[in-house]
Design a protein around this ligand. Structure first.
Ligand SMILES: [Zn+2]
Length: 145
C-alpha cells in the first residue's frame, strides 16, 4: 500500500521527508558534520543550523525538491502518477494545477536520480530508497561545486 496520506497536504509530505531523510541521523549537507541543531522552520519544513560551519539548511536542501515552486505533496503525487499510471505531464498540469514547465524540470531531475530505468513506487520502502538516493545525489552535487 502506498502511504497516500502524504498527498493530503504539504505538511504531511514534509513530515515524511523529514523522517526518511534523517533516519540515520541529522547531518550538515555542506560539511557532513553531525553537530546540527534545530533552527526554526522554513514554511512546512524544519530548518537546521550546523554548529561546525554555521550553515543553515532545511529538510529539502540538497535534494531534488529544493527550491521547487510546486508543493511537495503535489510533486510526490505527480511522480507517483507518472510512474504508476503513466500519466502525462499535460494531464497533471490540468488536473492538479501545476505549471507544465516547473513540473517538467522536476521530472527530469527525478529521472536523473534514478539508477534504474524504471521504478515502481509501490510502497514506503521504495519511497524511502527514492528519498535517500535523491538526498545522496544532492549531496554529491553540492560537494563537487
Ligand atoms: Zn556544516
Amino acid at each position: 500500500m502506498f502511504p497516500v496520506e502524504v498527498f493530503r497536504s504539504e505538511a504531511s509530505a514534509a513530515n515524511l521527508l523529514e523522517q526518511v531523510r534523517w533516519r540515520e541521523g541529522l547531518q550538515c549537507p555542506r560539511c557532513q558534520s553531525e553537530s546540527v541543531i534545530k533552527y526554526g522552520s522554513y514554511r512546512e519544513y524544519q530548518r537546521y543550523r550546523c554548529k561546525n560551519c554555521g550553515r543553515t539548511f532545511n529538510d529539502k536542501t540538497g535534494t531534488i525538491f529544493a527550491h521547487a515552486k510546486i508543493g511537495l505533496d503535489k510533486l510526490l503525487f505527480a511522480f507517483y502518477s507518472l510512474l504508476r499510471f503513466n500519466t502525462s505531464i499535460r494531464q497533471l498540469d490540468a488536473e492538479i494545477d501545476v505549471s507544465y514547465r516547473s513540473l517538467h524540470r522536476r521530472v527530469e531531475r527525478f529521472a536523473r536520480t534514478l539508477d534504474a530505468p524504471q521504478l515502481d513506487l509501490v510502497g514506503p520502502v521504495e519511497i524511502d530508497e527514492f528519498y535517500v538516493s535523491a538526498g545522496k545525489k544532492g549531496r554529491e552535487r553540492d560537494h563537487n561545486e
